[in-house]
Design a protein around this ligand. Structure first.
Ligand SMILES: [Mg+2]
Length: 370
């Protein structure tokens, strides 16, 4: 089997605003083969940047677009092709947007490998530790504590047994921070788990103070309170926090996760569409397992990323949670025919060959900008 083309398809809602919502646009990758099998992947990046990285022409041996790195190759040689993309992008890559773009191609290669062998991707990644993951609804804080309360009640009514609120107005004012978290807990009630995503808004001393203040509402974790470069801050926070500290969605390399784990945080959150695809996400998870920490996906894109997340998490012993974005964006809700329904708070790991997703071609055409 040979790769005949790599498409980078940029999708974008007609209206985009500044709130930190990754479902407003995306980059879909399609890898075509001479046997008619097409693999699908997704990149979480700036779509225009990642598209350029995939489509760039040859500059020289270690500065070439990802498409050129894999064209004409056998798509089933996934580790070798991953290395070709990494070596071919050394000049401008070794992490960041290049690694995010590699994620989309890698994801599509795993999809092809699954379709070619009739196996779901998780089985090719080592086999399933579980058939279902517990979904936590993931959404931004409401603009006010009262709105946050209302959102939380709605999520419980939809059958979620856990929810995470993040970003938005958090971090501007201490009293408001406490009210937001209190109302999130009150809206959920006592039973469901509550996660808090600080969205990079604190320094380490404030984060420690908030962790102590939030503790009475029993959050399962406090996520990404610090700048991703502040590893010393994470070390101080992890040593003193009464609640779990989670981080990692900005990391795009295995060595980045190794450093984060060394800081002592409790939960690592690789995004399969940023970290180099399922090939690297599963390595991050295993590194965390070796150190007895939890691995949970970060994912705030479409059904493609949800499926890829389910597969790599299913193949890990130290997983169990699924970040499940509940934004109303048409890209999040309608790009894949598969809706990943919540049943008893759980989402099933796809059992079809490959990733187990089909794209709605009408949705793809409607939101395609390049
Ligand atoms: Mg987050």
């Amino acid at each position: 089997m040979k790769i005949t083309d790599v498409e980078a398809i940029w999708l974008r809602l007609p209206e985009i605003d500044e709130r930190c919502d990754g479902t407003q646009d995306t980059l879909v990758v399609r890898v075509h083969t001479d046997e008619g099998i097409v693999g699908v992947g997704e990149v979480d990046s700036s779509p225009a940047v990642a598209k350029a990285i995939i489509e760039a022409p040859l500059s020289h041996a270690i500065a070439r677009g990802l498409r050129l790195c894999v064209l004409g190759e056998d798509p089933r040689d996934i580790a070798r092709l991953w290395d070709r993309m990494y070596q071919g992008s050394i000049f401008y890559g070794r992490g960041g947007a290049a690694q995010q773009a590699i994620s989309g191609v890698d994801m599509a290669l795993w999809d092809i490998a699954g379709k070619a062998t009739g196996q779901p991707v998780y089985r090719l990644l080592g086999g399933g530790f579980r058939t279902h993951l517990r979904a936590y609804a993931s959404i931004l804080f409401g603009d006010t504590p009262a709105l946050t309360h209302e959102i939380a009640r709605g999520l419980v009514a939809r059958g979620f047994t856990a929810a995470k609120f993040g970003w938005g107005p958090l971090g501007q004012d201490e009293a408001n921070d406490l009210a937001l978290v209190r109302e999130a807990r009150r809206g959920l009630g006592d039973g469901p788990e509550l996660m808090i995503d600080a969205g990079l808004c604190y320094d380490s001393r404030t984060a420690l103070r908030r962790a102590e203040q939030f503790a009475e509402h029993r959050p399962f974790w406090l996520e990404e309170p610090l700048h991703p470069d502040d590893l010393d801050g994470y070390a101080r926070l992890a040593a003193g926090s009464p609640i779990r500290i989670a981080a990692g969605e900005q990391e795009t390399t295995l060595r980045g996760f190794a450093a984060l784990l060394a800081s002592g945080i409790d939960v690592v959150q690789p995004d399969v569409a940023r970290v180099g695809g399922p090939s690297v996400a599963v390595q991050v998870g295993r590194l965390a397992a070796e150190q007895h920490r939890l691995c949970v996906n970060h994912s705030y894109k479409t059904g493609i990323s949800i499926a890829a997340s389910l597969h790599f998490l299913a193949a890990l012993p130290n997983a169990g949670w699924l970040e499940y974005c509940v934004e109303g964006s048409a890209l999040r809700q309608t790009l894949t025919h598969q809706g990943f329904p919540i049943v008893d708070g759980l989402v099933a790991v796809p059992q079809e060959p490959g990733l187990g997703v089909d794209l709605d071609e009408d949705v793809l055409a409607r939101y395609r900008v390049a």
